[in-house]
Design a protein around this ligand. Structure first.
Ligand code: ADP
Ligand code: MG
Length: 327
C-alpha cells in the first residue's frame, strides 16, 4: 500500500495517460481538449470497436494491473484484427474505486507497452470513480471495401484457426485456483490468459486470402458457429486437427484439452475461412508454421456447427460463453 496522497482526476490523466502509447503524426489533438481530432487517410474506411472489462466478470479480483491494461487493449486489437484493419487510436474510459499510484502506473504501463508495439496512440478517455471497470475504444483503418466480414464464407470453404485455443481458459482456471499444474506449463498457460497476443499482422495479411473472419473470444466452436451462421451456412470441425499446446495437454489431459480448445474463452485468436483455390495460395504465401495457424475444418451447406471425431459427429458440452445465460 502506498503512503502517497491520492492523485486528483486531473493528475491521473496527466501523470499516467497523456502521451500514452505511440506518437502518431495523424493525431492533431490528443489528450487534453474536449475531443481528439484525428486525420483519416484518403481511400480508407474507419474501423471502430469497443469492449469493457469488469472486475470479477472478465478478470479475477486482484489481477496484475499490467495484465488488466494489456487485456483491455488486446481484446479490441483482436476485434480490429478480425476485420483485417490496422489499429491507430484508442480511447480509455476508466472507472476506479480509488486512485492508487502504484496500481495506476502498472496499469498504464501494461496498456502503453501493447499500444506502442502496435503503433496505437492513446488520444482520450474518461476517468471516474466506481467499481473497477475498463472500457477501451479502438479506431483504425482498412482500405475501402476490403474489410474481412463474418458473412463472406460459403459451403466448401476451408476453416482455419490461429494459435492454440484453450490455453487462456486453463490459465484463468489456474489464476482462480480451480486447476493445478506443474511448471513451466502453469506459467505458460497463465501468461496466455493474462497477456493474450492479438493477431493484428495476420488479420491484415488475411484480407488477401480469407473469405470470412471472426476473433475467438467466447470459445472456438461457438465463434466458428457465429461465422458460419453469418455466412448462411454451417461448419464442421475435425477433432483430430484441433491445435492444442503441449502445456495444455500435459496439464489437463488429451480429452479435456480438446474440450477446452473447443469451448474455452479469452483466446483472442483468429478463426477464418478461405475458398479452396485461395486456401492453397494462403498456405504457400503465409506458411502456417511461421504464422501460427492451422486448418481445422470445412464450411458446409447444412446449418449448425459440429465436431467430427473419427468421422462421427461428437457432442460437445457447453459451447461458448454468454454473460446472460441462465446458470
Ligand atoms: P471533459 O470533462 O471535457 O470530458 P475530462 O476532464 O473528462 O474532460 O478529460 C480531459 C482530457 O483528458 C480529455 O481530452 C479526455 O479525453 C482525456 N482523458 C480523460 N480520462 C482519460 C483517460 N483515462 N485516458 C486517456 N485520456 C483521458
Ligand atoms: Mg470527459
Amino acid at each position: 500500500m502506498s503512503t502517497e496522497r491520492s492523485p486528483s482526476e486531473f493528475e491521473i490523466i496527466e501523470r499516467y495517460f497523456r502521451g500514452g502509447g505511440a506518437r502518431r503524426a495523424d493525431v492533431r489533438i490528443g489528450v487534453g481538449d474536449d475531443a481528439a481530432i484525428l486525420g483519416c487517410p484518403a481511400g480508407m474506411e474507419l474501423a471502430a470497436a469497443t469492449d469493457t472489462l469488469v472486475e470479477g466478470a472478465h478478470f479475477p479480483r486482484g489481477s496484475p494491473p499490467a495484465s488488466i491494461g494489456h487485456r483491455a487493449l488486446a481484446v479490441n486489437l483482436s476485434d480490429l484484427a478480425a476485420m483485417g484493419a490496422r489499429p491507430a487510436w484508442a480511447l480509455l474510459a476508466l472507472t476506479l474505486p480509488r486512485a492508487e499510484p502504484s496500481w495506476l502506473a502498472e496499469f498504464a504501463a501494461g496498456l502503453a507497452a501493447l499500444a506502442r508495439s502496435h503503433e496505437v496512440a492513446l488520444v482520450g478517455g474518461d476517468t471516474t470513480r466506481g467499481p473497477l471497470t475498463v472500457t477501451v475504444q479502438l479506431l483504425g483503418h482498412v482500405p475501402k471495401s476490403t474489410a474481412l466480414l463474418r458473412s463472406g464464407a460459403r459451403a466448401g470453404d476451408h476453416l482455419f484457426v490461429s494459435g492454440t485455443p484453450g490455453d487462456a481458459a486453463a490459465g484463468l482456471a489456474l489464476e482462480q485456483g480451480r486447476l493445478a499444474a506443474s511448471e513451466p506449463a502453469a506459467s505458460y498457460l497463465r501468461e496466455r490468459f493474462l497477456y493474450p497476443t492479438p493477431r493484428v499482422a495476420l488479420g491484415e495479411c488475411l484480407r488477401r486470402y480469407a473469405s470470412a473472419c471472426i476473433d475467438v473470444s467466447d470459445g472456438l466452436l461457438g465463434d466458428a458457429a457465429k461465422l458460419a451462421r453469418a455466412s448462411g451456412c454451417g461448419v464442421e470441425i475435425a477433432y483430430e486437427e484441433l491445435p492444442v499446446s503441449e502445456a495444455l495437454e500435459q496439464s489437463v489431459g488429451a480429452e479435456r484439452s480438446r474440450e477446452l480448445a473447443l469451448t474455452g474463452g479469452d483466446d483472442y485468436e483468429l478463426c477464418f475461412s478461405a475458398r479452396p483455390a485461395l486456401a492453397a495460395k494462403l498456405l504457400a504465401e503465409l506458411p502456417p508454421q511461421r504464422w501460427g495457424y492451422r486448418r481445422i475444418g470445412t464450411l458446409r451447406a447444412q446449418p449448425g456447427a459440429c465436431v467430427l471425431r473419427a468421422g462421427q459427429t461428437m457432442s460437445v458440452p457447453d459451447a461458448g460463453y454468454d454473460h446472460f445465460a441462465a446458470p
